[in-house]
Design a protein around this ligand. Structure first.
Ligand code: NOJ
Ligand code: CA
Length: 668
C-alpha cells in the first residue's frame, strides 16, 4: 500500500513539477523551489554529472561537476548514464525541543538521479537534490552494490562555480579551528575557506555556503581553483595518511547547502540546516533545558584565577558556593566550574593529561553538587581534553557516569590544543565520529553538551537536542588575552557562523575596561553587551563576567529576564558587518537586540509586529548621551515607555554601541 501511494505521489508530483517548469533545453532534469524562485538544473556530460543553480532566473552557480576520486579504484565521475529519476514534494512541520521558532516548516521539492557507469564495473551513484524556498541542498549516495563494499575517498570532486566575483565574509580553511576574524573580500581573493561563509551579490541576493548532517565524514572546506576567480572545489579535511573518507557502502555524504535569500536579514530566520537533519531521537526530553549560566571562568582568562592548583586556584568549594548563591538569587539557572579536576597542572607543560573524575583537594565535588541541587541550580561540568582525545575517550563513560550520579545534566567539553594522535585534525572524520560519540553517550545519561573547539554545527541539534551549543567561533575569551574582537565582529557572526547553529560566544562582560594596564578590553559599550543576548542565539547562554561585577548593576536585570529559547524570531534590519536588529518572542513578551559596528548609528524600528490593541511596558537599555566607547563605555541609560503596535522605537547607538529592549505585555 505504501509503495503504491509513493508510486502515485511520484507520478502526480512529476506531472505537476514538469508541467510548471521550463526545462532548459540541455538539462536532463530540473526542480524548482516551491515558490518557483530557485531552480536546480541537472546535466549529464560525458566527463561528469553537473548541477546548476538559478535564482529568479539568474545564474547563481554555473554548471558545476560532481564525483569522487578513490585510493584504489578509478574515479566515479565520467561516462555515466541515468538509470532513473524520482521527484517528490514534501511539506511538513515539526516542533523543535528548543530553538529560535516554536514551529518549523519543512517544505521542499526533491529529485533523485540514479546514475550508473556505462562501462565496467558499472558502479552506482545516486544524487539527491532539494530545492527549498530559502536554498538548495544536494548529497551523494553510494548505494549498496556488488562491486563496492567500502571506499577510501581521496577527493570529493564537488565544484562550486559562482557566477560572479562577489563579496564574501569568510574565515580561512583551517582544519583545526574556526576561531578567526572574518575577512571581507572578493571571492577571487580567497584561497581556501571554512564553511559557513556568506556572499553578498551585486544582484542583491545573499548566499551562505555550508553543509548539513555531518555525521561520519570529514568537514568540507572550499578551495579556489588556480587561475579561476570564482571556481571552487570541495576540499575535505584529511586523515593522517591523507585519505579523506574511510567508509563502508552504503554511504550518504552530508548535504552540500547553499542558503539563498533575497536579503541578509533572512539568514537569521532560515531553518534549512536543521530541516536537512533527521528528527529527534531522544524520547524523554524533560531534562533538556535551555538556560543561562554564570561560571568560574572569566577569572582564569584574565589571570585573576588559575585552572591549575596553587594560591590562585579558581575552582574552590567556597567560590563555587558563592557562584551558586548568586545564580539562585538572580534567575540564572546554571553554574559552570572549570579547573575543578586534577590534571590541569599538566596543561602548563603543554601535554594535557587530566582525570575527569578526581577533584582537586580544595574542591569538594560531592558537596558542591549537593549544594547546587539544594538551591535548584544546574551545575555544568567541565571536561577539557586539551586535544588529547585518546586519554579523554578512555575516561569518557566513567566521567559521564560520575556526573549522572551527581544529578548533573550539562557538560562543557574542550579540545583546546594540538590534536593527539598527531596528524589528526579537529575537523577530520575521526574527530567528527568522536564528537558524535560524546553527544550520544551524554544523551544516554541525560546530559546536555556545550562543546568548545568543536566541529561546526550542521543541524545535528534536531536529531540530538542535547547538543545544545558550541563554540567554533572567536568568542569573548579573545578580549581577555589577545588583540580582541573588533566592533564589527558581532555584526558579521549572525550572517556567517550563526547561520550554522547556536554559538557559545559568552557575552555579558560589564567591566568592559577590566585591564588596569589598558592592554586588553572588551570592544563594545555595555548596552551592546546586553543586546548580544538577543542577537546571538544560544540555548545555553552565559553571563560571562565575574559575579562581583554584576552586583548593584541595574542593567543586570535585562540578563535576568532575557530567555534563551524562543517562540518566534523576526529579523528587523541588517547589513552584514555594519548593523543588525532582531526581535524575538517568548510567550507574550518581545525582546529586541540592536547592535552597530565601529560607527555610531540611528535607526527607527516600527513596532507593527506587536499584537494590535495591546499596551506593552518597554524597558529600554541603551547608550546614553554620556556613553563613549573610549572613555565611558559602561554608561548606560535605562528608560521606561509604554508602547503599542502603532509606535516606533528610536535607536541611537554610539560607536560599537547597542540597544536591548524588553517589551512586556501589561495584560491590557
Ligand atoms: C578554551 C575554551 O574556549 C574556554 O572557554 C575554556 O575556558 C578553555 N579552553 C579551557 O578549557
Ligand atoms: Ca576556544
Amino acid at each position: 500500500m505504501r509503495i503504491f501511494i509513493l508510486f502515485i505521489l511520484f507520478f502526480v508530483s512529476s506531472f505537476l513539477l514538469f508541467c510548471k517548469e521550463k526545462v532548459p533545453s540541455r538539462a536532463q532534469a530540473t526542480i524548482n523551489s516551491p515558490d518557483g524562485q530557485l531552480t536546480v538544473n541537472f546535466y549529464l556530460n560525458p566527463q561528469a554529472p553537473q548541477y546548476e543553480i538559478r535564482y529568479k532566473d539568474k545564474v547563481v552557480l554555473n554548471p558545476s561537476s560532481l564525483g569522487f576520486r578513490f585510493k584504489d579504484a578509478p574515479a566515479l565521475q565520467a561516462n555515466m548514464k541515468i538509470e532513473r529519476t524520482e521527484v517528490l514534494e514534501e511539506d511538513t512541520s515539526w516542533t523543535p525541543v528548543w530553538g529560535t521558532d516554536h514551529r518549523v516548516r519543512d517544505h521542499y521539492r526533491q529529485m533523485i538521479i540514479h546514475l550508473k557507469e556505462r562501462n565496467n564495473p558499472h558502479r552506482l551513484l545516486d544524487l539527491v537534490f532539494r530545492a527549498y524556498n530559502d536554498g538548495v541542498a544536494f548529497r551523494y549516495i553510494l548505494p549498496a552494490q556488488r562491486e563496492m563494499h567500502k571506499v577510501e575517498i581521496i577527493s570529493e570532486e564537488t565544484r562550486f562555480r559562482f557566477a560572479h566575483n562577489d563579496t564574501a565574509w569568510w574565515i580561512p580553511a583551517d582544519y583545526d579551528s574556526y576561531e578567526h576574524l572574518y575577512s571581507k573580500t572578493a571571492l577571487s581573493d580567497i584561497k581556501g575557506v571554512n564553511t559557513p561563509f556568506t556572499i553578498q551579490t551585486k544582484e542583491g541576493y545573499v548566499i551562505t555556503v555550508h553543509e548539513a548532517a555531518l555525521t561520519d565524514y570529514p568537514a568540507m572546506t572550499l578551495k579556489r581553483l588556480k587561475d579561476r576567480q570564482t571556481d571552487f572545489k570541495s576540499e575535505l579535511v584529511p586523515w593522517p595518511d591523507s585519505i579523506k573518507v574511510k567508509h563502508s557502502i552504503p554511504l550518504q555524504t552530508p548535504w552540500r547547502v547553499l542558503i539563498i535569500v533575497s536579503r541578509a536579514k533572512q539568514l537569521l530566520a532560515s531553518h534549512l540546516i536543521e530541516n536537512l537533519n533527521k528528527p529527534n531521537k531522544i524520547k524523554d526530553t524533560s531534562w533538556i533545558r535551555p538556560m543561562k549560566y554564570v561560571g568560574i571562568w572569566w577569572g582564569m582568562h584574565i589571570g585573576k584565577y588559575t585552572w591549575h592548583s596553587g594560591t590562585k586556584h579558581g575552582a574552590t568549594t567556597r567560590r563555587a558556593k558563592q557562584y551558586i548563591d548568586f545564580a539562585a538569587t538572580h534567575h540564572i539557572q546554571g553554574v559552570l566550574i572549570e579547573g575543578w579536576n586534577r590534571g590541569w597542572d599538566s596543561w602548563l607543560s603543554g601535554n594535557n593529561v587530566q582525570s575527569y573524575t578526581t577533584p582537586y583537594p580544595d574542591f569538594n565535588l560531592k558537596e558542591v553538587a549537593r549544594y547546587a541541587r539544594q538551591k535548584g541550580i544546574s551545575l555544568i561540568g567541565h571536561q577539557e581534553s586539551g586535544g588529547n582525545v585518546p586519554q579523554y575517550e578512555r575516561q569518557l563513560t566513567a566521567a559521564l557516569d560520575l556526573y549522572q550520579s551527581l544529578g548533573i545534566h550539562a557538560v562543557k567539553t574542550g579540545y583546546a590544543g594540538k590534536m593527539h594522535p598527531s596528524g589528526q585534525h579537529h575537523h577530520g572524520q575521526w574527530m567528527v565520529r568522536h564528537y558524535r560519540r560524546v553527544v550520544q553517550e551524554a544523551a544516554k545519561r541525560q546530559i546536555m553538551i556545550d562543546a568548545h573547539e568543536p566541529i561546526k554545527p550542521t543541524g545535528i541539534r534536531r536529531t540530538w537536542p542535547n547538543m545544545m551549543t558550541r563554540e567554533g567561533v572567536r568568542g569573548m575569551e579573545y578580549n581577555a588575552w589577545s588583540d580582541g574582537n573588533p566592533p564589527e565582529h558581532t555584526t558579521i557572526l549572525p550572517f556567517t557562523r550563526m547561520v550554522a547553529g547556536p554559538l557559545d560566544y559568552t557575552p555579558g562582560i560589564f567591566n568592559i575596561k577590566f585591564d588596569p594596564s589598558g592592554k586588553h578590553r572588551v570592544y563594545t559599550t555595555l548596552a551592546k553587551q546586553l543586546a548580544l543576548y538577543v542577537v546571538l542565539f544560544s540555548p545555553l547562554q552565559m553571563a560571562a563576567d565575574l559575579i562581583e561585577n554584576y552586583r548593584h548593576q541595574p542593567a543586570f536585570r535585562f540578563i535576568e529576564e532575557v530567555p534563551t529559547n524562543w517562540d518566534e524570531t523576526l529579523p528587523l534590519q541588517a547589513k552584514i558587518g555594519d548593523y543588525v536588529s532582531v526581535a524575538r518572542r517568548k510567550g507574550n513578551d518581545w525582546f529586541i537586540g540592536t547592535i552597530t559596528d565601529e560607527h555610531p548609528r540611528q535607526m527607527q524600528i516600527a513596532l507593527g509586529f506587536l499584537t494590535p490593541n495591546r499596551t506593552y511596558e518597554a524597558d529600554i537599555y541603551e547608550d546614553s548621551p554620556q556613553t563613549d566607547y573610549d572613555t565611558n563605555p559602561t554608561a548606560i541609560r535605562i528608560r521606561h515607555r509604554r508602547v503599542s503596535s502603532n509606535d516606533t522605537l528610536r535607536v541611537k547607538m554610539t560607536r560599537s554601541g547597542g540597544q536591548a529592549v524588553h517589551l512586556k505585555w501589561s495584560g491590557k
